[in-house]
Design a protein around this ligand. Structure first.
Ligand code: FRU
Length: 446
């Protein structure tokens, strides 16, 4: 059966369900991208760590299983976590999930590897401190100035979202310090991350889960957000500069994680899904036996008080053919659903419109309203839905499509929209309006 949705330059499983990126690391000459994986089914009933490796983040080898739920402290799931290198060893910190009689218990655990192939679990685990419920997971570890730090996504006994801070001198004995941050984090906060982008700017990433207040409501909504500010290693607090902001404005982005590579880049990868249960159940890839994928790796920097996200430069290697369009409006046929488009305009305040793949995706900039939007057809309701963000002008845009994914980087990475979309393979028509004088639209097939 030919699969029109198959990705060629993003990580997706051959079978089963993939969710969060885990343990991202550059280790002894290889990139390791672990991920949450149910290899048995396209639902969330089972979780282990799967693994993809690469030397260039373009060509990936699927290594399949890396860490299995085979201990009493992780028997109902090897949940998300992170990786670091210390004395030539890879340390993978994860959450062991245990369910008993409708209850839940969480343990923060470690598995180590010297060769990136065999992973050996330590017997010692971290118990949840008494201030928190067992919604306590997703350890992220990094080296501080004189010790190791770990943050864990948490819920306090008062049912508030929080980020818990631990420290260690040896990566083995961990001391619970305090709540690092707990404002605006709703009921629970998943997948925290904390890193510096320059001497003055640290970024705290977290995924707050909002549980609706109304009686009987079952849905949980959650989103990936960040705060800029400063982590003080003495007071052990994170002092934010502003309030929580979305990392990505598209339909599908969650549980991002960052790491630094040997080139010194801070790279972020997200799970390219924020589907509802219904959307997951009806997701068109399920008939091919798998669901979900990761985003392109993005380099993140802090410039003029903004988080800038741009795809790793390595993706430029994928360009096959190049065409440039300069007329004010036009249309053309793509070679396939895999392509890159780059827009540049001098008149950045006028309107712009782009219809991709016979309207499966529409991108609009309305200058008067400072409004940038992306529209797709929802595969459950079959209605069109739109995500919007306020953007002062549109001077540049890079857009990557991989058959059924789209990632739009606006104004050299000031704002990103990541989404899945599902359309027929032969829908390859592009139409655009609003290039104005000296505007350019470049099309690269991939
Ligand atoms: C986020 C998350 C994590 C958890 C993992 C389980 O998507 O819920 O908090 O560790 O997925 O698969």
């Amino acid at each position: 059966m030919r699969n029109p949705y198959k990705l060629t330059y993003h990580i997706e499983p051959e079978r089963g369900l993939l969710n969060d990126p885990n343990g991202l690391i550059w280790f002894k000459g290889t990139y390791y991208f672990f991920h949450q994986w149910n290899r048995f089914d396209t639902n969330h009933s089972y979780k282990e760590w799967g693994l993809f490796t690469s030397t260039n983040m373009i060509d990936w080898t699927n290594q399949n299983t890396a860490i299995l739920p085979d201990r009493h402290w992780d028997r109902n799931g090897v949940y998300s976590g992170s990786g670091i290198e210390h004395e030539d060893e890879m340390y993978l910190f994860y959450t062991g999930n245990v369910k008993n009689n409708g209850g839940r218990k969480s343990y923060q655990c470690v598995s180590k590897s010297v060769n990136g192939q065999t992973f050996v679990k330590e017997e010692k685990v971290i118990e949840t401190p008494t201030a928190f419920t067992e919604h306590f997971r997703d350890p992220k570890v990094w080296r501080g100035s004189d010790r190791w730090w770990m943050i864990v996504g948490a819920q306090t006994k008062e049912r508030k979202g929080a980020v818990a801070l631990f420290s260690s001198g040896d990566l083995s004995d961990w001391t619970y310090e305090n709540i690092l941050y707990d404002q605006q984090l709703d009921n629970m906060c998943e997948c925290p991350d904390l890193f510096s982008l320059n001497d003055r700017t640290d970024i705290l990433v977290c995924c707050p889960q909002v549980i609706p207040e109304e009686e009987g409501a079952t849905g949980i909504t959650s989103y990936a957000a960040f705060l800029s500010g400063k982590f003080n290693e003495q007071t052990k607090q994170f002092k934010p500069n502003g309030s929580l902001a979305l990392i990505d404005y598209g339909f599908d982005f969650y549980a991002p994680q960052t790491f630094t590579d040997h080139k010194g880049r801070r790279i972020m990868v997200g799970w390219m899904s924020r589907m509802s249960e219904e959307e997951e159940q009806l997701c068109p890839t399920k008939k091919y036996g798998y669901i979900h994928c990761l985003t392109l790796p993005r380099v993140i920097t802090w410039e003029n008080d903004r988080l800038i996200q741009l795809p790793i430069e390595e993706v430029k290697q994928l360009r096959k053919t190049e065409n440039t369009f300069t007329s004010r409006l036009g249309d053309f046929e793509l070679d396939s659903g895999r392509f890159e488009l780059e827009l540049r305009r001098e008149d950045s305040t006028s309107d712009f419109y782009l219809s991709l793949r016979n309207g499966a995706i529409e991108i609009r900039y309305i200058g008067e309203k400072n409004e940038f939007s992306i529209t797709r057809e929802n595969w459950v309701s079959h209605t069109r839905e739109t995500k919007v963000n306020e953007i002062q002008n549109l001077s540049q845009m890079s857009l990557y499509s991989d058959s059924s994914t789209i990632e739009v980087f606006v104004n050299n990475g000031e704002c990103v929209f990541s989404s899945r979309y599902f359309t027929e393979e032969h829908q390859l028509r592009v139409e655009y309006q609003g290039l104005q004088h000296n505007g350019k639209l470049k099309y690269y097939s991939i």
